[in-house]
Design a binder for this molecule. Structure first.
Ligand code: SF4
Length: 207
C-alpha cells in the first residue's frame, strides 16, 4: 500500500508546465482521501477488488478538466519512451478507425491493460475503486452495484480541485472560459463552473 498522502514528484515536468505542481498536489490530496476510505472499508471487512490487468473502468467515458489533460499530455511527451508513444498513437488511430463514436472507445492512455500515465492519471480515475469483486467485462459498477464502490470524501475532491483554481484564475480568458472559478470550492457556482469545464477525455485531442 502506498504511504498516506504520497505525492508524485517530477521537477522537470513541474518546471515545464505551469500548473503541474498544483495538479500533483491535488492528486495527492485525493489519494489520501482514497487511502482513508479504503482503510475504513478494510475495517468493515471489505477488500479492494481492482488489480493488474483489470481495465474495465478505463473503457468508460473518463471525465477530465483542462489542467488534468495538459498534465497527462506533458507526461506522455516528456516522460514516455518514444516506442510507447508510437504504440499509443498507432492504437488510437486503429480505435478511431474502428469506432467513430469517441465515447465508445477506451481511454487513449490505456495500453496493454495498464495506464501509460498512471502517476498523473485524472482525479476521477484515482477515486474509482471497486470493492470485493472485480468488474465483469463491460460492467459499469456505479450502475450495477453502487454499494460496491468506494466512496472517498467529496470534500477532499473539492479541496483538491480548488488547489487548481489559481491556475484557471490566471488563464480563464485564454482558455475561452466565460468566467474564472468561484474561490469557494463547495459553492454552487464553483460546482457549476467545474461541471462546465469537465469533458469526457475521449472527446478531446489527447496527445
Ligand atoms: S487515464 Fe489511465 S487510469 Fe484513467 S482511464 Fe485512462 S488508462 Fe485508465
Amino acid at each position: 500500500m502506498r504511504p498516506l498522502n504520497s505525492r508524485h514528484r517530477d521537477p522537470a515536468l513541474e518546471r515545464a508546465l505551469p500548473g503541474a505542481a498544483l495538479m500533483l498536489e491535488a492528486c495527492a490530496l485525493v489519494d489520501a482521501s482514497v487511502d482513508a476510505a479504503m482503510a475504513a472499508a478494510r475495517g468493515a471487512g471489505r477488500r479492494w477488488a481492482c488489480g493488474p490487468g483489470c481495465d474495465t473502468c478505463c473503457r468508460q467515458p473518463i471525465p477530465v478538466t483542462p489542467l488534468e489533460l495538459l498534465v497527462m499530455r506533458a507526461q506522455m511527451r516528456f516522460r514516455l519512451a518514444p516506442g510507447i508513444r508510437a504504440r499509443l498513437e498507432a492504437q488510437h488511430a486503429e480505435q478511431c478507425a474502428a469506432e467513430p463514436d469517441p465515447l465508445r472507445r477506451p481511454c487513449p492512455y490505456l495500453l496493454d491493460g495498464a495506464c501509460a500515465v498512471y502517476a498523473v492519471r485524472p482525479l476521477a480515475c484515482r477515486r474509482y475503486l471497486v470493492l470485493d469483486q472485480p468488474c465483469a467485462p463491460g460492467e459499469i459498477c456505479t450502475e450495477s452495484r453502487p454499494e460496491d464502490m468506494l466512496i472517498p470524501a467529496r470534500k477532499a475532491l473539492h479541496a483538491a480541485l480548488a488547489l487548481t483554481f489559481p491556475w484557471y484564475g490566471a488563464r480563464w480568458r485564454d482558455l475561452g472560459l466565460t468566467e474564472p472559478p468561484d474561490a469557494s470550492p463547495e459553492s454552487a457556482a464553483a460546482q457549476a463552473w467545474l461541471a462546465s469545464v469537465t469533458v469526457p477525455l475521449q472527446r478531446l485531442v489527447w496527445n
